[in-house]
Write a protein that binds this ligand. Structure first.
Ligand SMILES: Nc1ncnc2c1ncn2[C@@H]1O[C@H](COP(=O)(O)OP(=O)(O)O)[C@@H](O)[C@H]1O
Ligand SMILES: [Mg+2]
Length: 375
């Protein structure tokens, strides 16, 4: 008899500013996942945070938002994960209020393809923990650390990894003592970078070229987050390494991003489309090895699992390497850096997805089998 297919929930969309990027990643994954081995259940999350059952999820993916936010009472079906560890399942409400929730499906594993807050930050991961469903990528702690650029940098520094200098501020400090914040934020000279602590895709990131540009840069970052950071600017090439695995992770060949704008801002990433990816990055062998080692060290320091993309700066003058950030749910379209780096390292897209699903199940089994008796 044929082996039962594993049922995979692919969760995409979501409340963050990176909703559209998530749809693109999910389309790629849904197209390439091995249908002989896996039965795929798409689950879409609208911008308002409503979970959609598979039929409406497909419409969301096609760019056709199925219905207005929170109109379940108006008759549209919606779906919810059951936070009961025995269920490992999702229920769908028919929206009419006439019948109770119907148990829809159990899952063997979930692939949260959600970038940014409410997806990449440990929240959905916590939900999947409660539901007792294995999931791809970092757990609650690793996801949360990867999302908060300040905590990420503090921990990387604690582990002896090189990071650009930074100072962080809270919105209340800016409101109570703007002059003091401006003084401290100027300590690295100009230009400097100002960023929200908890976003991605360069949303809210500015380069302040002189003291006159600093207030607007701070305002912009505080519009997106109550905690922000100011960093010394590194005149650098941008190198990225993909990491795959759990306890003994592997690093891909490094790649290089050459932004088409002054820095790798939102437009350079998603709008102008003229930024170049060089895979592998043109680097001397020893330097490539250094980036691969640093990537694994960062992955382990930040409690990652499954996958992460580690982004670096390579100082043009001194040749020094710095960790810029880690992305626990990197862009995952077939032309995104993470899958392309693995392809160049001998792991094609479809196989990569399979490996990630396997790693998720292995990690779950390890945690659930618990310590050996007597330990
Ligand atoms: N300290 C820095 N020095 C030089 N460039 C920087 C610095 N910080 C950010 N950048 C530029 O801004 C881009 C986005 O910043 P990043 O911290 O990676 O935020 P995000 O998480 O939104 O991608 C980087 O890819 C790089 O081009
Ligand atoms: Mg980045």
């Amino acid at each position: 008899m044929a082996k039962r297919k594993r049922r995979v929930a692919v969760i995409f969309g979501g409340r963050s500013g990176e909703h559209d990027v998530s749809l693109m990643s999910a389309s790629g994954i849904l197209g390439a996942i091995d249908k002989e081995k896996y039965e795929v259940v798409p689950i879409g999350i609208t911008r308002a945070g409503e979970w959609l059952p598979p039929a409406s999820a497909a419409a969301l993916l096609a760019g056709d938002a199925p219905h207005a936010p929170h109109d379940c009472e108006a008759g549209s079906p919606s779906t919810a994960l059951v936070a009961d560890p025995g269920a490992g399942a999702m229920v769908t409400f028919d929206g009419t209020g006439t019948s109770g929730p119907a148990l829809l499906q159990r899952f063997d594993v979930a692939f949260p393809v959600l970038h940014g807050p409410y997806g990449e930050d440990g929240t959905v991961q916590g939900f999947l923990e409660l539901a007792n469903i294995p999931y791809v990528g970092a757990g609650v702690l690793g996801s949360a650390l990867g999302m908060d650029k300040v905590k990420m940098k503090e921990l990387l520094r604690y582990h002896g990894l090189p990071v650009p200098e930074w100072v962080s501020f809270r919105r209340w400090q800016w409101l109570e003592d703007g002059a003091g914040v401006l003084r401290q934020a100027s300590r690295f000279g100009f230009p400097c970078f100002v960023k929200p602590a908890n976003l991605g895709s360069s949303v809210g990131v500015s380069k302040a070229h002189d003291p006159g540009e600093l207030p607007a840069a701070l305002e912009e970052a505080f519009r997106h987050d109550a905690k922000i950071l100011v960093e010394e600017a590194i005149d650098a090439r941008e190198i990225e390494v993909a990491v795959l695995g759990n306890h003994r992770p592997q690093a891909s060949v490094p790649g290089e991003v050459v932004p088409c704008n002054e820095f790798y801002d939102y437009r350079a990433k998603y709008v102008d489309g003229r930024s170049e990816l060089h895979i592998p990055a043109p680097l001397p062998g020893a330097l490539a090895e250094r980036f691969r080692t640093l990537a694994i060290d960062a992955f382990l320091a930040l409690e990652c699992a499954g996958m992460a993309r580690v982004d670096f700066f390579l100082h043009r003058q001194s040749g020094a390497a710095y960790v810029n950030e880690i992305n626990t749910l990197p862009g995952f379209t077939p032309i995104s850096m993470y899958p392309k780096l693995w392809e160049a390292s001998g792991v094609p897209y479809g196989e990569l997805i399979d490996r990630l699903l396997q790693l998720a199940i292995e990690r779950w089994q390890e945690r659930n089998d618990g310590p050996a008796e007597g330990e």
